[in-house]
Design a protein around this ligand. Structure first.
Ligand SMILES: Nc1ncnc2c1ncn2[C@@H]1O[C@H](COP(=O)(O)OP(=O)(O)OP(=O)(O)O)[C@@H](O)[C@H]1O
Length: 525
């Protein structure tokens, strides 16, 4: 789970263990404060001289209680006023993830029994994408586990550090080596990409870190033709049309499935969706903007929610007579929810009987009733009833608060409703829900850790990448992250109507083997 999910889980589970003076009420809401919010607060409290960025960092990094940790009285008072304001919002307390982190840190420091229980629960701790760990997150890891017997593994790549703006540590691995007496291992085999792509990645890597070690490519080349190119377009219309035609052809010729062609953007996925989705639709292709919200939750987040993971396989069992994977997923999840051991054969048999009976019931509804929103809502409600709302909310502390459960519940209902539109059958509805055969669209930040057969980067121009320069490592790191998502092919769309080419980057890429293709020629026989 993410740090935020972990700390929120801890807060909701052990809220009462937080000392009184800082304990949030049970019905708190999650806040995502912007720079403007901090500016307004500082102005209201007569401190427009304080930089909002620094103040935000102070909130994230100052341990509670302030009375014991902050030396300067004025800083202490300002921080205290911020917390008081957040707790006294007219619509109820508003708590940001930075505050939740501090609360959990405080709770663990003031309650050794919870800390001990946590250590016993997690004898192994794996910290992924460690290069982007913030100081606050790292201090929580220290509070929770330093001096414990747990075994730690931190994995990441400094060249993929892209969260510095959000407070990521400057030298996370050095701190980790010092703090946890860790041994360094360089992972020098790339199993994702083939030799030609790894060669180009190394050129970018060397620009980021001249001392970078050589990497051995272990991925196999599986396609013919260009595997890395800059596609040059004259105008937006040509760009969107040609990209749509190119994907259509690749799909038709069986080279790649739509869900394995990712469109990555630097920012503003929603406006790219507006531009690209209609053109793709004209070519019979569906774009899925994973950043789009359904209600108050992004599709990318909804898909990995426990509620989704338990409901979806059950609905799938209703939609298909034979779905062995859905069957075992449904069984595993219900078993975990009911806390049943896989050795208990009697209970196992009962569970299987119940799943069988329930899915027959769903199948009948799906067969006999119309494929519409009302029936979709009913199917969802009945499946949730079968699982047991209370049982689900008990098993997952993140659902204990109504607002959190409703956010996910609503998101699920809205996405299911959207997927019913124009679907041909219930399996089609569920495929759409999961994003099967749709082209994923996401920002580079959200693509971290993922991989796709083909990656098309949309918007390689000096306007979109206004702050990319050979000296600005974090920007170049983003570009590196985008490039390294590709298993077979990486293409970069550069359109003169959007902005000028990035000269220095092209000078680096072209000699490394990236082709330059005129937009009208990307579809050649
Ligand atoms: N030993 C291995 N043999 C075969 N395939 C492997 C092996 N190790 C990893 N892979 C495959 O290589 C790909 C990349 O692995 P993984 O996602 O773990 O890399 P990563 O280092 O986390 O990448 P990143 O952090 O850049 O996202 C995956 O498809 C994975 O299944």
């Amino acid at each position: 789970m993410t740090f935020d999910a972990f700390t929120k889980h801890m807060l909701d589970h052990f809220r009462l263990a937080i000392p009184n003076a800082y304990r949030p009420p049970i019905d708190y809401s999650i806040a995502f404060p912007t720079r403007r919010d901090f500016d307004l607060f500082l102005k209201r409290h007569g401190r427009p001289d304080v930089s909002s960025d620094r103040f935000e960092q102070a909130i994230a990094r100052t341990p509670l209680p302030f009375e014991k940790t902050v030396e300067k009285l004025c800083t202490r008072e300002l921080l205290r006023a911020y917390w008081d304001d957040q707790y006294a919002m007219p619509d109820g307390a508003l708590v940001s993830f930075a505050m939740i982190n501090r609360l959990v840190d405080y709770m663990l420091r003031s309650n050794s029994r919870i800390k001990r229980a946590l250590r016993l629960t997690y004898p192994f701790v794996f910290l992924d994408e460690f290069q982007d760990t913030t100081y606050a997150q790292y201090s929580l890891v220290n509070t929770a586990f330093r001096g414990s017997r747990s075994i730690f593994t931190a994995v990441g790549d400094d060249k993929q550090r892209i969260m510095g703006w959000a407070g990521a540590m400057n030298n996370a691995f050095d701190e980790f080596v010092d703090g946890f007496n860790a041994v360094r291992h360089a992972l020098l085999r790339n199993w994702r990409s083939h030799e030609a792509l790894v060669g180009i990645q190394q050129v970018i890597a060397r620009q980021i870190d001249p001392d970078v070690e050589e990497v051995e490519a272990r991925g196999q080349l599986e396609v013919d033709g260009a595997t890395a190119a800059i596609w040059r377009f004259d105008n937006r219309e040509q760009e969107t049309q040609m990209i749509a035609r190119w994907i259509r052809r690749e799909v038709d010729e069986g080279r790649v499935a739509p869900h394995n062609v990712a469109i990555l953007v630097r920012m503003r996925a929603n406006s790219v969706e507006d531009e690209l989705a209609p053109v793709l639709r004209d070519h019979g292709l569906t774009l899925r903007n994973l950043a789009r919200n359904v209600g108050e939750i992004a599709i990318q987040d909804l898909l990995v929610e426990p509620l989704t993971e338990v409901i979806l396989p059950l609905l799938r069992l209703g939609a298909s007579a034979r779905a062995p994977e859905a069957w075992s997923a449904a069984q595993d999840r219900l078993q975990a929810l009911a806390n049943v051991s896989s050795d208990d054969e009697t209970v196992q048999e009962r569970l299987q009987r119940e799943i069988g009976e329930f899915s027959r019931n769903l199948r009948q509804i799906m067969r006999d009733e119309p494929l519409d929103t009302a029936v979709a809502n009913r199917l969802f409600a009945q499946t949730l009833d079968f699982v047991g709302v209370e049982r689900l909310r008990q098993a997952y502390p993140e659902y204990r608060r109504d607002a959190d459960f409703q956010r996910v519940h609503n998101g699920f209902r809205i996405l299911l409703r959207d997927c019913v539109e124009n679907a041909v059958n219930w399996n089609d509805v569920l495929d759409r829900f999961e994003g099967k055969n749709q082209i994923p669209l996401m920002t580079i930040h959200k693509s971290k850790g993922l991989e796709f057969h083909t990656v098309i980067f949309f918007g390689l121009d000096a306007q979109t990448w206004w702050s990319l320069s050979p000296e600005r490592n974090e920007e170049l790191n983003s570009f590196f992250v985008a490039f390294t998502r590709a298993m077979q092919r990486a293409f970069f769309a550069c359109c003169s109507e959007r902005g000028k080419p990035i000269g220095w980057l092209e000078k680096l890429l072209l000699p490394a083997g990236v082709k330059q293709v005129d937009g009208v020629d990307i579809i050649t026989p």
